[in-house]
Design a protein around this ligand. Sequence first.
Ligand SMILES: O=c1ccn([C@H]2C[C@H](O)[C@@H](COP(=O)(O)OP(=O)(O)OP(=O)(O)O)O2)c(=O)[nH]1
Length: 278
Amino acid sequence: MDQVEHRPDSGVLTGVEIAACLNELMKFGSGECVESCSYDMRVGTIFRGSDRISHESSHDSKVIQILPGEFVYIYTMEELTLGYDMIATAYAMNSLSSKGLLVINPGHVDPGFRGPLTVTAWNLNNKPQAIEVGDKMITVLFNRLSENANPFSRNKSRVDRERAFTKHVSTEASIGIAQLIEKNSASQLVTNADLEAVKREISNSPLNWISLIIAIVGLIIAILSVFSSDAQVVQQFPASSAILNQPSRPTFNENSSDGSGPIQPAITPEPTIRNPLP
Ligand SMILES: O=c1ccn([C@H]2C[C@H](O)[C@@H](COP(=O)(O)OP(=O)(O)OP(=O)(O)O)O2)c(=O)[nH]1
């Protein structure tokens, strides 16, 4: 086996190292996004279903309201340009997740990957969430390998990826997601008022009263049948009723002076034997 020469500087890059080689790691990077040991990638293009609804170069309003339950697809503003000896790992940002805006698919980035990262953001909050082109969306750690690895072989330009994505969503994935979005935009989510109306209908329903009456009648029949079976037993076995009617034995120790000691079996006095005649 060949001896592999390990690079002495392999490992996770610090913020200082990221800043020093920012132009090697990505295009359109900003020193302001460098953190202690990571880089916060920003929103570039936003897709709702297959529609591109916001892009950094467009003149439209860049603030997008993600509706409750809605997914949007995001392409990062930065385009990674990883060497063959570099991998990256993308993570959701804590500040967004705590607001209920989940970025659901960040993950590994292969060595040699070139282009924007794509992620899906899902609003789990019951209020719309605003996002804007340029907002920090995912945080990425860079890890230098000890040697070059086989590079990623499916690199495409941003334009080609967006085109392929639009086609894919409009043909396959869009069916479920588009319907979900349509439902949400028509405000078909269950509200408190809906729940109150359902409760009112249930309590006013005649079926509800009928089941209550049936339950009460059933209970009365059950009680009566228990009493009548007791009466039959007493008629057939009068002695048993005498046993049943005996007062229960006290549970304290009758032999103890204060009556509080452990229960002892009753002591039967020994028969006295009279001495035989001398
Ligand atoms: O949040 C992320 C994480 C990674 N990538 C990129 C970088 C990574 O190198 C590439 C992987 O793409 P591929 O098409 O190979 O996706 P996969 O489903 O992960 O396949 P594989 O397991 O073959 O890598 O996707 C993103 O766009 N977004």
